[in-house]
Design a protein around this ligand. Structure first.
Ligand SMILES: C[S@@+](CC[C@H](N)C(=O)[O-])C[C@H]1O[C@@H](n2cnc3c(N)ncnc32)[C@H](O)[C@@H]1O
Length: 347
């Protein structure tokens, strides 16, 4: 569009030298135009708004060893960082199926990957839950050479206050990976008992103050509609327990509570269990599997499934120890800190 006919947009105004709120970060949200700004943000150890930095890329490529002509699945497309590395290595005659449940981010990522030249002959992008991975079988022929799952949520989801994943910014208390299905976290809180909530907090994030927090949230549930409403109730409950809880502990409690609710709202453990059960049916003999987890509830499920698969003769080899991001990666990208990578080879 010619310059003179384009409408004039005033840039978002923010206080201070750096934008703090997601909507003000218009440069980070437009990486093609403001690449220099993106590099500066990453240099400060942050993830630019609207982006996700892929974790353990070299370690994953070493395990999966994707080769030209091979077929694979990336069960958690996200921003497409892992997918694009896999695609470069399986071209020209390979094929990658990249899946995600998120209807908001998925089309953006697909457009980005198509712009990079990954066409339909090389890449199928599918909006689906990886729990139903067995449904891909008819398209996969004799199965996959490699499989990747990078569990949890992307930075785009976490940083966008409209999605309600973070206690750090005010937004609707939603926490759904697919906001078109199921109920939001705010609705869930209004429909369960204090006892069920305490169980969710304990089983999904080992919350030590689960009972007290659950009781406080249950008491105030009708008024909890935003991320800030929930944070205030948690803060109040912690104050009732002790006036001297260190700031760091308060932050950890917030993180654990939001994580536990996210897992419940998206039924994440049952999706992971189904994935682990169905995974061997889509793999070729000798096929390589890599799974990146971010907390013990996920990691323990992967360990159990791989060990059982080895004992039953489904997998010929599995990782003995989890692989951790390098010290440098943990420093450069603090969001990689909790990651654990495990692998298995199909018999
Ligand atoms: C950590 S991000 C993946 C980041 C990606 N590897 C990258 O390089 O950008 C996890 C992604 O998995 C998706 N996801 C989580 N659970 C899922 C499920 N059960 N089925 C499909 N996608 C899922 C989330 O929506 C999110 O986009």
């Amino acid at each position: 569009m010619p310059e003179e006919s384009s409408p004039h947009h005033r840039r978002p105004r923010y206080r201070g030298t750096h934008p703090r709120h997601f909507a003000e970060k218009y440069k980070e949200l437009d990486p093609l135009r403001y690449n220099e700004e993106i590099q500066k943000v990453m240099g400060r150890g942050h993830t630019p708004a609207g982006m996700h930095r892929p974790i353990c890329v070299n370690e994953i490529l070493e395990i999966l060893h994707p080769m030209p002509g091979e077929r694979g699945i990336d069960a958690t497309l996200g921003f497409g960082g892992h997918s694009s590395e896999l695609l470069k290595r399986i071209a020209p005659n390979g094929h990658l199926w990249s899946l995600d449940v998120d209807p908001l981010e998925l089309p953006r990522t697909e457009a980005r990957l198509r712009n990079l030249g990954f066409d339909q002959s090389l890449l199928t992008v599918r909006r689906m839950n990886f729990a139903g991975i067995g449904k891909l079988q008819p398209e996969l022929g004799d199965g996959c050479d490699f499989f990747l799952a990078d569990l949890g949520i992307s930075s785009m989801q976490l940083d966008n206050p409209e999605r309600g994943f973070t206690f750090k910014q005010r937004g609707p208390l939603d926490l759904r990976l697919n906001p078109e299905r199921g109920q939001s976290a705010a609705a869930l809180l209004k429909s369960i008992t204090a006892k069920t909530l305490a169980k969710i907090l304990t089983e999904h994030s080992d919350e030590p103050n689960a009972e007290q927090l659950a009781q406080a949230i249950f008491t105030h549930r009708e008024k909890i509609n935003t991320t800030t409403d929930l944070s205030e109730v948690i803060q109040g409950a912690l104050n009732d327990i002790s006036q001297h809880i260190p700031e760091q502990e308060i932050t950890k409690t917030m993180q654990r509570t939001f994580q536990a609710l996210r897992i419940a709202v998206n039924d994440e453990f049952s999706a992971l269990d189904q994935l682990l059960r169905n995974l061997p049916t889509v793999m070729k003999p000798g096929g390589r599997v890599a799974i990146l987890t971010f907390h013990s509830g996920e990691d323990n499920r992967v360990i159990r499934a791989f060990e059982a698969g080895k004992a039953n003769g489904i997998y010929e080899a599995i990782s003995e120890e989890a692989i951790r991001p390098s010290v440098q990666e943990r420093y450069d990208n603090p969001r990689s800190k909790c990651a654990r990578l495990r692998w298995a080879i199909k018999k």
